[in-house]
Design a protein around this ligand. Sequence first.
Ligand code: C2E
Ligand code: CA
Ligand code: CA
Ligand code: CA
Length: 280
Amino acid sequence: TEQRGGYHLYRSDMSSAARERLLLLSDLRGALEQQGLGLSLHYQPQLSMVDGRLTGAEALIRWQRTDGSRIPPDRFISLAERSGLIIPLGNWVVDQALAQFRRWEDQGIDLPRIAINISLPQLRHPAFLPFLRECLEQYRIAPERIELEITESVAMQEVDLAREALARCKNRGLCIALDDFGTGFSSLAHLHRLPLDRLKIDRSFVRDLATQLQQESAGSSIAEMIVRLGHTLSLAVIAEGVETAEQQTCLQNLGCDEAQGYLYGRPMPEGDFAAWVAQR
Ligand code: C2E
Ligand code: CA
Ligand code: CA
Ligand code: CA
């Protein structure tokens, strides 16, 4: 019967998806065992909305498998998180990003800060902060110049745990940004208790801005509320996913501090990033 057929199709789909996940994981494990073969970091500029100067760069992981296929981070990060592989992978990212930061420093590239995405299993792992501090020492980098990006949903999932772990990082001088802000369900009380430096407006709200401008109803946008909330809590606010001049103007009018997005620069390999900085 059709129902039976549907059932079988569903079953075989599931198992092929599961097989694919297992294959991805074993390939990723293999890449890490070979000093990150096929893994790389791209860097996306972050700019001041007041004077346009470069304030930082976000490190974003890229993976090209040995067969040439590129796997987007959204596909393998969650797998790595669930399998524990995120610990060695996350350490690889931290080491690479800080090593690159040191090389740029030596080349005289004026980059105030580097932002690194951190998953909850990393944050809660007892060896994470010691490893990070080891890298800071090895590459002679002041902790104030490193920003850890942690997503709002993750930080709110286990608030007490996140708060303690973030406080330990903060006490060591590291900066903390709450990523994808507005997509989770933060309670104001919890937000207030997290040791944050920056809120990062999720790009879905930045996308909404242009349409609101067209409709001349920019009055009560989510982005506006986030900027106000951030400033009320004495936090800096950065918008991600800025693609158009209209979005930029809108965010500037709202008093948003910083921006990041295709309008300024895509995530780039290190060489392209250095060239981008030099060209400005
Ligand atoms: P995210 O941290 O929210 O990163 C922003 C994503 O938006 C990146 O996707 C970036 O390439 C993309 N993006 C930047 N500007 C624009 C824009 O103007 N328009 C649009 N449409 N997109 C823009 P990407 O690189 O594919 O990364 C996806 C997610 O994977 C990241 O989201 C982050 O959650 C995760 N990720 C990436 N690298 C790492 C990492 O090293 N560690 C961890 N734990 N997660 C990572
Ligand atoms: Ca991020
Ligand atoms: Ca984000
Ligand atoms: Ca995201």
